[in-house]
Design a protein around this ligand. Structure first.
Ligand code: ACO
Length: 324
Protein backbone atom coordinates (compact mmCIF):
# COMPACT_ATOMS: atom_id res chain seq x y z
CA UNK A 1 0.00 0.00 0.00
CA UNK A 2 1.33 3.43 -0.85
CA UNK A 3 0.13 6.98 -0.11
CA UNK A 4 -0.14 9.01 -3.27
CA UNK A 5 -0.91 12.67 -3.97
CA UNK A 6 -3.94 12.40 -6.25
CA UNK A 7 -4.84 16.09 -6.53
CA UNK A 8 -3.46 19.52 -5.70
CA UNK A 9 -5.04 22.96 -5.49
CA UNK A 10 -4.16 26.47 -4.43
CA UNK A 11 -5.69 29.86 -3.86
CA UNK A 12 -4.27 33.35 -3.46
CA UNK A 13 -6.28 36.44 -2.48
CA UNK A 14 -6.91 38.95 -5.28
CA UNK A 15 -5.14 41.94 -3.74
CA UNK A 16 -1.55 42.35 -4.94
CA UNK A 17 0.93 44.32 -2.80
CA UNK A 18 3.92 45.33 -4.92
CA UNK A 19 7.36 46.41 -3.72
CA UNK A 20 6.54 49.92 -4.96
CA UNK A 21 3.58 49.98 -2.53
CA UNK A 22 5.91 49.05 0.35
CA UNK A 23 8.25 51.90 -0.62
CA UNK A 24 5.44 54.22 0.45
CA UNK A 25 5.00 52.43 3.81
CA UNK A 26 8.56 51.89 5.16
CA UNK A 27 12.14 52.97 4.34
CA UNK A 28 12.81 50.35 1.69
CA UNK A 29 13.19 50.07 -2.07
CA UNK A 30 12.03 47.74 -4.81
CA UNK A 31 15.70 47.16 -5.65
CA UNK A 32 16.63 46.16 -2.05
CA UNK A 33 13.72 43.75 -1.75
CA UNK A 34 14.34 42.13 -5.14
CA UNK A 35 18.10 41.79 -4.64
CA UNK A 36 18.00 40.56 -1.02
CA UNK A 37 14.94 38.32 -1.25
CA UNK A 38 13.83 37.80 -4.88
CA UNK A 39 10.30 38.99 -4.02
CA UNK A 40 8.48 41.38 -6.39
CA UNK A 41 4.94 41.19 -5.04
CA UNK A 42 2.76 39.28 -2.61
CA UNK A 43 -0.99 38.69 -2.14
CA UNK A 44 -2.85 40.13 0.82
CA UNK A 45 -6.18 38.86 2.17
CA UNK A 46 -9.12 41.24 1.98
CA UNK A 47 -10.46 42.72 5.19
CA UNK A 48 -12.58 40.00 6.80
CA UNK A 49 -10.95 37.22 4.74
CA UNK A 50 -9.51 34.68 7.19
CA UNK A 51 -7.37 31.56 7.05
CA UNK A 52 -10.31 29.15 6.63
CA UNK A 53 -11.63 31.13 3.63
CA UNK A 54 -8.35 30.63 1.80
CA UNK A 55 -8.04 27.01 2.94
CA UNK A 56 -11.53 26.10 1.70
CA UNK A 57 -10.78 27.45 -1.80
CA UNK A 58 -7.50 25.53 -2.05
CA UNK A 59 -9.11 22.40 -0.60
CA UNK A 60 -11.98 22.49 -3.11
CA UNK A 61 -9.54 22.76 -6.01
CA UNK A 62 -7.48 19.83 -4.71
CA UNK A 63 -10.62 17.70 -4.32
CA UNK A 64 -11.69 18.59 -7.89
CA UNK A 65 -8.27 17.59 -9.22
CA UNK A 66 -8.47 14.29 -7.30
CA UNK A 67 -12.06 13.79 -8.58
CA UNK A 68 -13.30 13.26 -5.04
CA UNK A 69 -16.22 14.58 -3.04
CA UNK A 70 -15.59 16.13 0.37
CA UNK A 71 -17.67 13.33 1.90
CA UNK A 72 -14.97 10.88 0.76
CA UNK A 73 -12.42 12.40 3.14
CA UNK A 74 -11.34 10.57 6.29
CA UNK A 75 -9.33 13.46 7.68
CA UNK A 76 -8.43 17.12 7.13
CA UNK A 77 -5.08 18.36 8.39
CA UNK A 78 -4.53 22.11 8.27
CA UNK A 79 -1.02 23.44 8.72
CA UNK A 80 -1.13 27.07 9.83
CA UNK A 81 0.18 29.56 12.36
CA UNK A 82 -2.51 32.14 11.51
CA UNK A 83 -5.78 30.28 12.16
CA UNK A 84 -9.12 32.10 12.31
CA UNK A 85 -9.28 31.79 16.13
CA UNK A 86 -7.14 30.42 18.98
CA UNK A 87 -10.08 28.03 19.44
CA UNK A 88 -11.63 26.07 17.69
CA UNK A 89 -9.21 24.54 15.22
CA UNK A 90 -9.51 26.17 11.80
CA UNK A 91 -9.57 22.70 10.21
CA UNK A 92 -13.03 22.18 11.76
CA UNK A 93 -14.33 25.34 10.04
CA UNK A 94 -12.91 24.01 6.78
CA UNK A 95 -14.47 20.59 7.39
CA UNK A 96 -17.88 22.23 7.76
CA UNK A 97 -17.49 24.56 4.75
CA UNK A 98 -16.40 21.72 2.51
CA UNK A 99 -19.11 19.36 3.77
CA UNK A 100 -16.58 16.68 4.74
CA UNK A 101 -19.14 14.94 6.92
CA UNK A 102 -17.09 11.94 8.00
CA UNK A 103 -13.68 13.57 8.31
CA UNK A 104 -11.62 14.07 11.45
CA UNK A 105 -10.12 17.56 11.47
CA UNK A 106 -7.29 19.25 13.31
CA UNK A 107 -4.66 21.95 12.90
CA UNK A 108 -0.95 21.34 12.93
CA UNK A 109 1.56 24.03 13.93
CA UNK A 110 5.10 23.78 12.64
CA UNK A 111 5.29 27.25 11.03
CA UNK A 112 6.75 27.16 7.52
CA UNK A 113 7.46 23.41 7.82
CA UNK A 114 3.81 22.73 8.68
CA UNK A 115 2.72 21.40 5.30
CA UNK A 116 5.51 18.81 5.11
CA UNK A 117 4.87 17.81 8.74
CA UNK A 118 1.15 17.39 7.95
CA UNK A 119 1.94 15.46 4.78
CA UNK A 120 3.98 13.03 6.85
CA UNK A 121 1.04 12.55 9.26
CA UNK A 122 -1.28 11.94 6.28
CA UNK A 123 1.22 9.47 4.84
CA UNK A 124 1.25 7.51 8.11
CA UNK A 125 -2.55 7.42 8.42
CA UNK A 126 -3.06 6.39 4.81
CA UNK A 127 -0.48 3.64 5.15
CA UNK A 128 -2.35 2.35 8.21
CA UNK A 129 -5.88 2.30 6.81
CA UNK A 130 -7.32 5.70 5.92
CA UNK A 131 -8.39 6.16 2.27
CA UNK A 132 -8.25 9.91 1.67
CA UNK A 133 -6.67 12.73 3.70
CA UNK A 134 -6.80 16.39 2.69
CA UNK A 135 -3.64 18.26 3.69
CA UNK A 136 -3.80 22.05 3.54
CA UNK A 137 -1.28 24.79 4.25
CA UNK A 138 -3.03 28.16 4.64
CA UNK A 139 -1.84 31.45 6.09
CA UNK A 140 -2.94 35.03 6.54
CA UNK A 141 0.52 36.30 7.48
CA UNK A 142 -0.65 39.88 6.93
CA UNK A 143 -2.69 39.56 10.16
CA UNK A 144 0.48 39.25 12.24
CA UNK A 145 2.75 41.52 10.22
CA UNK A 146 4.05 44.75 11.72
CA UNK A 147 3.60 47.07 8.74
CA UNK A 148 6.07 49.54 10.25
CA UNK A 149 8.93 46.99 10.51
CA UNK A 150 10.88 46.89 7.26
CA UNK A 151 12.85 43.84 8.47
CA UNK A 152 9.75 41.66 8.21
CA UNK A 153 6.89 43.39 6.38
CA UNK A 154 8.50 43.04 2.96
CA UNK A 155 8.84 39.27 3.29
CA UNK A 156 5.43 37.75 3.90
CA UNK A 157 2.27 37.11 1.92
CA UNK A 158 -1.09 35.33 2.22
CA UNK A 159 -2.31 32.19 0.43
CA UNK A 160 -3.27 28.54 0.63
CA UNK A 161 -2.32 25.28 -1.03
CA UNK A 162 -3.67 21.76 -0.64
CA UNK A 163 -3.04 18.16 -1.59
CA UNK A 164 -5.21 15.05 -1.38
CA UNK A 165 -3.27 12.02 -0.15
CA UNK A 166 -4.98 8.75 -1.10
CA UNK A 167 -4.33 5.06 -0.61
CA UNK A 168 -3.02 3.48 -3.82
CA UNK A 169 -1.47 0.31 -5.14
CA UNK A 170 1.96 0.27 -6.70
CA UNK A 171 5.34 1.81 -5.96
CA UNK A 172 4.60 5.48 -6.69
CA UNK A 173 3.67 7.86 -3.90
CA UNK A 174 5.33 9.33 -0.82
CA UNK A 175 8.63 7.44 -0.54
CA UNK A 176 9.86 8.94 2.73
CA UNK A 177 9.39 11.90 5.05
CA UNK A 178 11.96 13.42 7.40
CA UNK A 179 11.11 15.74 10.29
CA UNK A 180 13.40 17.67 12.63
CA UNK A 181 13.21 20.39 15.29
CA UNK A 182 15.49 22.44 17.54
CA UNK A 183 13.69 24.52 20.18
CA UNK A 184 17.01 25.94 21.29
CA UNK A 185 16.63 28.28 18.30
CA UNK A 186 13.03 29.25 19.13
CA UNK A 187 13.93 32.94 19.46
CA UNK A 188 15.01 33.29 15.81
CA UNK A 189 11.42 33.63 14.56
CA UNK A 190 8.64 34.28 17.06
CA UNK A 191 5.40 36.05 17.82
CA UNK A 192 6.06 36.94 21.49
CA UNK A 193 2.59 38.09 22.57
CA UNK A 194 -0.97 36.82 22.46
CA UNK A 195 -0.35 33.32 23.83
CA UNK A 196 -0.32 32.00 27.39
CA UNK A 197 3.20 33.35 28.03
CA UNK A 198 2.03 36.91 27.39
CA UNK A 199 -1.77 36.98 27.03
CA UNK A 200 -3.40 39.64 24.85
CA UNK A 201 -3.33 43.06 26.49
CA UNK A 202 -3.18 46.72 25.51
CA UNK A 203 0.60 46.57 26.01
CA UNK A 204 0.92 43.62 23.63
CA UNK A 205 -0.97 45.48 20.93
CA UNK A 206 0.69 48.86 21.57
CA UNK A 207 4.16 47.33 21.36
CA UNK A 208 3.13 45.12 18.41
CA UNK A 209 4.15 42.00 20.32
CA UNK A 210 1.40 40.09 18.51
CA UNK A 211 3.44 40.53 15.32
CA UNK A 212 6.19 38.36 13.92
CA UNK A 213 9.78 39.14 14.98
CA UNK A 214 12.71 37.58 13.20
CA UNK A 215 16.48 37.51 13.38
CA UNK A 216 16.71 37.35 9.61
CA UNK A 217 20.43 37.03 9.16
CA UNK A 218 20.88 34.16 11.65
CA UNK A 219 17.78 32.42 10.26
CA UNK A 220 19.26 32.66 6.78
CA UNK A 221 22.40 30.73 7.74
CA UNK A 222 20.53 28.02 9.65
CA UNK A 223 18.06 27.65 6.76
CA UNK A 224 20.81 26.97 4.24
CA UNK A 225 22.48 24.40 6.51
CA UNK A 226 19.30 22.55 7.55
CA UNK A 227 17.84 22.41 4.03
CA UNK A 228 21.10 21.04 2.66
CA UNK A 229 21.48 18.44 5.45
CA UNK A 230 17.93 17.12 5.26
CA UNK A 231 18.02 16.93 1.45
CA UNK A 232 21.21 14.86 1.60
CA UNK A 233 19.71 12.58 4.26
CA UNK A 234 16.55 12.10 2.20
CA UNK A 235 18.46 11.10 -0.91
CA UNK A 236 20.81 8.83 1.05
CA UNK A 237 18.01 6.97 2.85
CA UNK A 238 16.40 6.24 -0.52
CA UNK A 239 19.68 5.26 -2.19
CA UNK A 240 19.35 8.08 -4.72
CA UNK A 241 21.63 10.83 -6.05
CA UNK A 242 20.81 14.47 -6.60
CA UNK A 243 20.90 13.83 -10.38
CA UNK A 244 17.89 11.52 -9.96
CA UNK A 245 15.64 14.40 -8.88
CA UNK A 246 13.27 15.90 -11.44
CA UNK A 247 12.17 18.81 -9.25
CA UNK A 248 12.99 20.28 -5.84
CA UNK A 249 10.06 22.18 -4.32
CA UNK A 250 11.40 24.12 -1.32
CA UNK A 251 9.82 26.57 1.12
CA UNK A 252 9.75 29.91 -0.68
CA UNK A 253 11.40 32.29 1.79
CA UNK A 254 14.33 33.86 -0.02
CA UNK A 255 15.80 33.16 -3.45
CA UNK A 256 19.34 33.58 -2.09
CA UNK A 257 18.75 30.80 0.44
CA UNK A 258 17.50 28.51 -2.32
CA UNK A 259 20.35 29.36 -4.70
CA UNK A 260 22.86 28.60 -1.93
CA UNK A 261 21.20 25.26 -1.15
CA UNK A 262 21.03 24.28 -4.83
CA UNK A 263 24.69 25.15 -5.31
CA UNK A 264 25.79 23.12 -2.26
CA UNK A 265 23.73 20.13 -3.42
CA UNK A 266 24.97 20.41 -7.02
CA UNK A 267 21.39 20.83 -8.20
CA UNK A 268 20.85 22.99 -11.32
CA UNK A 269 18.55 25.94 -10.64
CA UNK A 270 16.17 24.88 -13.40
CA UNK A 271 15.27 21.90 -11.20
CA UNK A 272 14.23 24.21 -8.33
CA UNK A 273 10.62 25.37 -8.26
CA UNK A 274 10.62 29.12 -7.60
CA UNK A 275 7.53 31.32 -7.36
CA UNK A 276 8.37 33.53 -4.40
CA UNK A 277 8.73 36.53 -6.72
CA UNK A 278 4.90 36.54 -6.96
CA UNK A 279 3.87 35.37 -3.47
CA UNK A 280 6.62 36.18 -0.97
CA UNK A 281 6.90 33.90 2.04
CA UNK A 282 3.46 32.39 2.69
CA UNK A 283 4.76 30.15 5.51
CA UNK A 284 2.95 26.78 5.56
CA UNK A 285 1.19 27.62 2.29
CA UNK A 286 4.34 28.15 0.25
CA UNK A 287 5.21 24.54 -0.60
CA UNK A 288 1.68 23.41 -1.55
CA UNK A 289 1.15 26.54 -3.70
CA UNK A 290 4.45 25.86 -5.49
CA UNK A 291 3.57 22.18 -5.80
CA UNK A 292 0.20 22.98 -7.34
CA UNK A 293 1.78 25.37 -9.85
CA UNK A 294 4.36 22.75 -10.78
CA UNK A 295 1.65 20.13 -11.35
CA UNK A 296 -0.64 22.42 -13.35
CA UNK A 297 2.20 23.76 -15.52
CA UNK A 298 3.37 20.22 -16.33
CA UNK A 299 6.71 20.51 -14.50
CA UNK A 300 5.57 17.54 -12.41
CA UNK A 301 4.23 14.61 -14.42
CA UNK A 302 3.48 10.98 -13.71
CA UNK A 303 6.77 9.32 -12.77
CA UNK A 304 8.54 12.57 -11.71
CA UNK A 305 10.78 12.31 -8.66
CA UNK A 306 10.02 15.33 -6.47
CA UNK A 307 11.66 16.44 -3.22
CA UNK A 308 10.05 18.92 -0.82
CA UNK A 309 12.23 20.90 1.61
CA UNK A 310 10.96 23.12 4.42
CA UNK A 311 12.29 25.12 7.36
CA UNK A 312 10.64 27.57 9.70
CA UNK A 313 10.01 28.84 13.20
CA UNK A 314 10.55 26.41 16.02
CA UNK A 315 13.01 25.80 14.54
CA UNK A 316 11.52 23.05 12.47
CA UNK A 317 12.71 21.60 9.21
CA UNK A 318 11.45 18.75 7.08
CA UNK A 319 11.57 17.02 3.74
CA UNK A 320 9.59 14.53 1.70
CA UNK A 321 10.50 12.48 -1.34
CA UNK A 322 7.66 11.66 -3.72
CA UNK A 323 7.46 9.54 -6.86
CA UNK A 324 4.55 11.12 -8.73
N1 ACO B 1 14.70 47.59 3.09
C1 ACO B 1 15.88 48.19 3.21
N2 ACO B 1 16.79 47.85 4.11
C2 ACO B 1 16.49 46.85 4.96
C3 ACO B 1 15.27 46.16 4.89
C4 ACO B 1 14.34 46.58 3.91
N3 ACO B 1 13.15 46.00 3.77
N4 ACO B 1 15.25 45.20 5.83
C5 ACO B 1 16.42 45.27 6.47
N5 ACO B 1 17.18 46.26 5.96
C6 ACO B 1 18.50 46.70 6.35
C7 ACO B 1 18.83 46.30 7.77
O1 ACO B 1 18.30 47.23 8.67
C8 ACO B 1 20.35 46.31 7.73
O2 ACO B 1 20.79 47.63 7.85
P1 ACO B 1 22.07 48.00 8.80
O3 ACO B 1 23.21 47.24 8.18
O4 ACO B 1 22.13 49.47 8.67
O5 ACO B 1 21.70 47.50 10.15
C9 ACO B 1 20.68 45.84 6.32
O6 ACO B 1 19.47 46.03 5.56
C10 ACO B 1 21.12 44.39 6.22
O7 ACO B 1 20.25 43.60 7.01
P2 ACO B 1 20.41 42.05 7.09
O8 ACO B 1 19.37 41.51 8.04
O9 ACO B 1 21.84 41.69 7.36
O10 ACO B 1 20.06 41.64 5.57
P3 ACO B 1 20.06 40.24 4.91
O11 ACO B 1 20.88 40.28 3.69
O12 ACO B 1 20.30 39.14 5.90
O13 ACO B 1 18.54 40.10 4.43
C11 ACO B 1 16.53 38.99 5.08
C12 ACO B 1 17.50 40.15 5.36
C13 ACO B 1 15.93 39.21 3.73
C14 ACO B 1 15.45 39.04 6.16
C15 ACO B 1 17.28 37.67 5.12
O14 ACO B 1 18.09 37.59 6.26
C16 ACO B 1 16.35 36.46 5.13
O15 ACO B 1 15.64 36.21 4.19
N6 ACO B 1 16.42 35.64 6.20
C17 ACO B 1 15.66 34.42 6.28
C18 ACO B 1 14.27 34.68 6.67
C19 ACO B 1 13.46 33.41 6.57
O16 ACO B 1 13.70 32.64 5.68
N7 ACO B 1 12.55 33.16 7.47
C20 ACO B 1 11.86 31.90 7.30
C21 ACO B 1 11.05 31.51 8.27
S1 ACO B 1 9.67 32.53 8.56
C22 ACO B 1 8.52 31.54 9.36
O17 ACO B 1 8.78 30.45 9.69
C23 ACO B 1 7.17 32.12 9.64
Amino acid sequence: MSARITGTGSYAPAKVLRNADLERMVATSDEWIRERTGIRERRIAASGEACSDLAVQAGRRALEAARLAAADLDMILLATCTGDYPLPATACLVQHQLGATKAAACDLGAACSGFVYALSVADAYVKTGMRHVLVIGAEVMSAMTDWTDRNTCVLFGDGAGAAVVSAADGEAGILSTHLRSDGNLSDLIAVPGGGSRMPPSEKVVAEKLHCIKMKGNETFKVAVRTLEDIARETLEVNGLRVEDLDLYVPHQANVRILKAVAERLGLPLDKVMLNLDRYGNTSAASIPIALDEAVRSGRIREGSLVMLGAFGAGLTWASALIRW
